[in-house]
Design a protein around this ligand. Structure first.
Ligand code: MD6
Ligand code: FE
Length: 215
C-alpha cells in the first residue's frame, strides 16, 4: 500500500537512535493529529477506555483500549486474542490510517514494510504512569513495535534487558513516533508520571498508540 498521507512529514523529521534498534522519529505525525485522534475515538466508541488489573492485583493508572488483536483475560491470565472472550465478537479492525502510519514509520526507521495485527492504545491523565516493563506477550519478537505519542508530553524511560539496568530518559512530544525492534525489542521501558497540562487538540491527556505484530 502506498499512501502519501505522511509524506509532508518526511523531510527530515529529526531521527534519533536511542539504542540499537530503537529510533525516535520526532514530529513524524505532528501534522496528522486530528485524523489520528478521530481514529482513536472510533475505536474507543467500540472498546471503551478501561483500567486493567495487573497480574499482581494492582489497578493500572493508564486507561486502555485496542483494536486488531486485543487483550482478553481468562483463567490463564491476559493474552492477545482476535475476539472478546465475553461477547465472542471480533475486536474492531485497525483503522487504515494507523496501518499506513505503521508501515511508513517502520520503513523510515529501517525495518522495511510492516503489517501489524494489533494496536493497543493507552490514555494517561495527569499523574498516570506506566512502570518499567518488557513487551513480551507478542508471539513475534522479530517484528518492531511502532509507538505514537499524542497530546501531553511525557518522559519515556528506556533501560536494558534486566529490570535493574540503568535507564535513560527520553522526552516524547505530540507527534513523535518511536520504532523499536531488533536488539532493543525486549528492553525494559516505562513512562514517568504525566505532568498536569492541557493540549489544544487532545485536552488534559496523553494518548499512546502502539502497533504490534502479536499473533
Ligand atoms: C507509552 N509505551 O509510550 C507506553 N512498549 O505510553 C510502551 O510501553 C511501549 O512505546 C513497547 C514499545 C514501544 C512503546
Ligand atoms: Fe511497552
Amino acid at each position: 500500500m502506498t499512501l502519501d498521507l505522511f509524506e509532508d512529514a518526511l523531510p527530515p523529521p529529526w531521527r534519533e537512535e536511542i539504542a540499537p534498534g530503537a529510533v525516535v522519529l520526532h514530529g513524524f505525525v505532528r501534522d496528522h493529529g486530528p485524523e489520528l485522534l478521530a481514529a482513536v475515538q472510533s475505536v474507543v466508541a467500540q472498546v471503551p477506555w478501561r483500567h486493567m488489573t495487573t497480574p499482581g492485583g494492582y489497578t493500572m493508572s493508564v486507561a486502555m483500549s485496542w483494536c486488531g488483536n486485543g487483550w482478553t483475560s481468562d483463567s490463564r491470565g491476559y493474552r492477545y486474542s482476535a475476539r472478546d472472550s465475553r461477547s465472542g465478537k471480533r475486536w474492531p479492525p485497525i483503522p487504515d490510517i494507523l496501518m499506513a502510519l505503521a508501515d511508513e514509520a517502520a520503513l523510515q526507521a529501517g525495518f522495511g514494510h510492516y503489517v501489524p495485527d494489533s494496536c493497543l492504545m493507552n490514555r494517561y491523565d495527569p499523574g498516570s504512569k506506566l512502570s518499567l516493563h518488557q513487551d513480551k506477550d507478542e508471539h513475534d519478537f522479530g517484528s518492531p513495535i511502532v509507538s505514537v505519542s499524542l497530546g501531553l508530553p511525557a518522559v519515556f524511560q528506556f533501560g536494558g534487558l534486566q529490570r535493574s539496568d540503568k535507564t535513560r530518559r527520553i522526552p516524547l512530544a505530540h507527534g513523535d513516533v518511536v520504532v523499536w525492534g531488533g536488539p532493543s525489542r525486549l528492553c525494559f521501558h516505562g513512562i514517568m508520571p504525566v505532568k498536569e497540562g492541557y493540549h489544544s487538540l487532545v485536552g488534559p491527556h496523553r494518548i499512546n498508540i502502539t502497533l504490534r505484530k502479536a499473533l
